[in-house]
Design a binder for this molecule. Sequence first.
Ligand code: ATP
Ligand code: MG
Length: 340
Amino acid sequence: MSGEIVLQGRNLTKHFIAARGGRWGRRPPVRAVEEVSLALRAGRVSALVGESGCGKSTVARLLAQVYPATSGEVLLRGEAVRAHRGAAFRDYRRQVQLIFQDPFASLNPFHRVRYHLARPLRVHGHARSDAHERELVAELLERVSLTPVEQFMDKLPHELSGGQRQRVAIARALAVRPIALIADEPVSMLDVSIRLGVLRLLEKLADESGMALLYITHDIAGARYFAEDITVMYAGRLIESGPSEALTQSPRHPYTRLLVESAPDPDRVTPREAKRHGEPPSLVDPPGGCRFHPRCPVALPACSTRVPGRTELGDGRWTHCWQAEREAGGAVPAGGTTAQ
Ligand SMILES: Nc1ncnc2c1ncn2[C@@H]1O[C@H](COP(=O)(O)OP(=O)(O)OP(=O)(O)O)[C@@H](O)[C@H]1O
Ligand SMILES: [Mg+2]
């Protein structure tokens, strides 16, 4: 099932500006996210993939309205929203939920499972009475397969395994009945043996409830099995997107190719290979043009000076790459002066 667009980012840009200038005056901004546009659809799992520091969590927080964008907008069901505090933020949070990497940090160690699930039910007015609240808590635990539910209700976070804690965090997100769920590396802190179970659960929940799900990960191989479509990000910019199978079978952007080649375990890349592949660039002073050009084996002169626009590749695929633009018959500028 994959339906209407429920949550959308349009040209989202985030520059982090230091609150106070350091000893040497005003510090330059961190250009963490530039012109990111993506759309999440009802009942569909989409993945956002990229290496550490490329801006994935920043995109998640922009979409969740944790902080405002420097420019660009977030649209919920087609309506532009700016809801960073107060009642507007609470209302937004009822519709768009975030799940983080570390379930231990996101659960209060002094409160039992029952409290973690009952609180959002109460805050958002879903529970009519104490008995109804208990019923809803039990239902949530069942949905995330923490059964028998009586056994889990009164446990404290430290009495649960990592996987069970993440299931509680997922149940808590579901309690408010969101229309979009953003899961930021939800399994990367869990033991490999239980990751698949948690991902399957998320997939099942998205399918059952018609919720849009954004799965954020650095693991493109996992994303391929889990998500219907993948968007790849590099150094703050989106570089390629398309249906998972096609994108991983025949990546068009040289960086996606590199990611696919070093999968399934990008962490296994040896130091020499890492050197050959190069390091991600600074986001304070990012390379001009395509930010990947210093690492790109097929860079053209234009790549160091001009940011490539979007080249449509058909079948829902697109990329930002001058090589792809040339292959598609488009005009590629000669190079010349740097334009950010
Ligand atoms: N509040 C902040 N203030 C200043 N810089 C920030 C802030 N948050 C993030 N950054 C910077 O923005 C860039 C993107 O960070 P982000 O956390 O979005 O990356 P990520 O892709 O989620 O990385 P990881 O895979 O390690 O979680 C990084 O260079 C980071 O240092
Ligand atoms: Mg992150």
